[in-house]
Design a protein around this ligand. Structure first.
Ligand code: GLU
Length: 477
């Protein structure tokens, strides 16, 4: 068995597209099948330079490696449609000979006029009725033409979809689609059939937007006497009940999600669950586990809603599951951004960040207090629940300063010293440590508490900040 992913090179991989690739890959790999990548670039207007590289990179990066494809080769290439023009023309001519397709010389003007009269207009098969001599004459004179599929006009056409069951389309819905355009390029309607057959694709996995045009494709398979493949159509990925998730409407693509600080493993895991459920409550899956678990029976018919909050949750799970080295390596570019030339203790950073991060991009807001301090709002010292006030803050800071210089700069010594003072002056430990934390960070929320902040900042900087804050409080009227 063999599946394929057939993206158009539009310059990004949208979430629905990546899900199609993932499901196709999983379906093949779970059944000892092969997975093919084919680039569908016959719509030259949508073509974006460099877009194919992005597709190769993304699939390899996410582990969705392909057995055949443009840059890896294979027995059924080329795998880029624009390099297969001769093949399409040959098969289109064969269809014309079989009487299942015909040359159409109608001008744009004629078609436009008809469409103006009737917006639901279907092609009237005018050129199907041309005589052999007329066709010969037109071809000889170089009159531009397209090749159209000759559709039945009566009855209905059905096929079995593995997700949606029997799909039936009345023949009256079918238009005599263009198979080869006047510039010689095939349309998607034609090329997908020729390629899927020649590339030996047994299972076609793609979006439901193709559900109702599949009967047309099946007529082509039948006209050539080829086996019709099995179909698995996937419901759309939505951003809410009414709108499809779409990069063109400004929604996130795969690349955008990476940029927003999501890990590729978490993205793939989350996307797997967008429209498929394993039948139990398991949510965290490696690619290998997905390969074993994935099954068409778990694919939902109804649209899936992309829920970024859920993805954030899942991403946090992946972050927490990383080894310390993996975590620090992933953080490094963000550390560089925040710290510049300065250095901070990686062990403590890991300890305070790893349990609290949902996305890597949050690193900067969480730890910028390390390099950015001063001129903060003194109201931060007023914690309602802990009943702190300016007096408590001022005294806590002053006492802390008094002996801190002689404290060993380790977690336990700092902690023991501060807690002992709190006890001596009769403040609650929470009130005291809260006041110190605000005084040395200047922000309401930090990952970790006063001790971690002090350890990261070092003795000198901690004292400098305590003095600054004490002065600020003393100057208050
Ligand atoms: N090139 C088509 C698309 O990007 C592929 C459809 C298919 O998988 O057959 O929508």
């Amino acid at each position: 068995m063999k599946t394929r992913f057939a993206p158009s090179p539009t310059g990004y991989l949208h979430i629905g597209g990546l899900r199609t690739a993932l499901y196709s890959w999983l379906y093949a790999k779970g059944r000892e099948g092969k997975f093919v990548l084919r680039i569908e670039d016959t719509d030259r207007e949508r073509y974006v330079e460099g877009a194919t590289d992005l597709i190769y990179r993304t699939l390899k990066d996410t582990g969705l490696t392909y057995d055949e494809g443009p840059d890896v080769g294979g027995p059924n290439g080329p795998y880029i449609q624009s390099q297969r023009m001769d093949i399409y023309k040959k098969y289109a001519d064969e269809l014309v000979k079989k009487g299942k397709a015909y040359y159409c010389f109608c001008t744009k003007e004629r078609l436009e006029q008809m469409r103006e009269k009737d917006p639901t207009f279907k092609y009237d098969k005018h050129c199907k009725r041309l005589s052999a001599e007329e066709i010969e004459e037109n071809l000889k004179n170089g009159v531009p033409y397209v090749i159209r599929q000759d559709m039945p006009t009566e009855g209905e056409i059905s096929y079995e979809d593995m997700v949606f069951g029997t799909v039936t389309v009345p023949a009256s819905d079918l238009d005599d689609n263009v198979l080869i355009k006047s510039d010689g390029m095939p349309t998607y309607n034609f090329a997908n059939v020729i390629d899927d057959h020649l590339m030996g694709i047994t299972h076609i996995i793609r979006g439901t937007e193709y559900l109702s045009s599949t009967p047309k494709y099946n007529l082509l398979y039948q006209a050539f006497g080829w086996d019709v493949p099995s179909y698995i159509h996937l419901p759309p990925v939505m951003k809410d009940a009414h709108n499809k998730l779409s990069k063109r409407n400004g929604d996130a693509s795969y690349e955008d999600l990476l940029e927003k600080g999501y890990l590729k493993e978490a993205i793939i895991n989350y996307i797997a669950l967008l429209g498929w459920s394993p039948g139990d409550n398991q949510e965290i899956f490696t690619l290998e586990q997905l390969t074993d678990a994935f099954d068409v029976r778990g694919i939902n018919k109804s649209p899936a809603i992309f829920d970024e909050a859920k993805l954030r949750w899942m991403n946090a799970e992946y972050i927490r599951a990383m080894s310390k080295d993996e975590f620090l390596a992933a953080c490094e570019p963000y550390f560089k951004q925040v710290f510049g030339e300065k250095e901070f203790n990686r062990d403590i950073l890991c300890e305070i960040l790893q349990p609290r991060l949902e996305v890597l991009t949050d690193i900067s807001s969480k730890i910028s207090f390390l390099v950015d301090f001063g001129n903060y709002d003194p109201e931060l010292f007023l914690h309602k629940k802990m009943k702190t006030n300016f007096e408590i803050a001022k005294n806590s800071i002053a006492y802390a300063i008094s002996g801190l210089n002689n404290v060993d700069w380790t977690h336990d010594s700092i902690y023991d010293y501060l807690v002992a003072i709190a006890e001596t002056i009769g403040y609650k430990k929470g009130q005291f440590l809260y006041s110190i934390r605000i005084a040395i960070t200047g922000v309401a929320v930090t990952p970790g508490g006063a001790i971690e902040a002090a350890l990261l900042l070092g003795k000198e900087e901690t004292l400098r900040r305590l003095n600054y804050s004490l002065e600020m409080l003393s100057l208050r009227k």
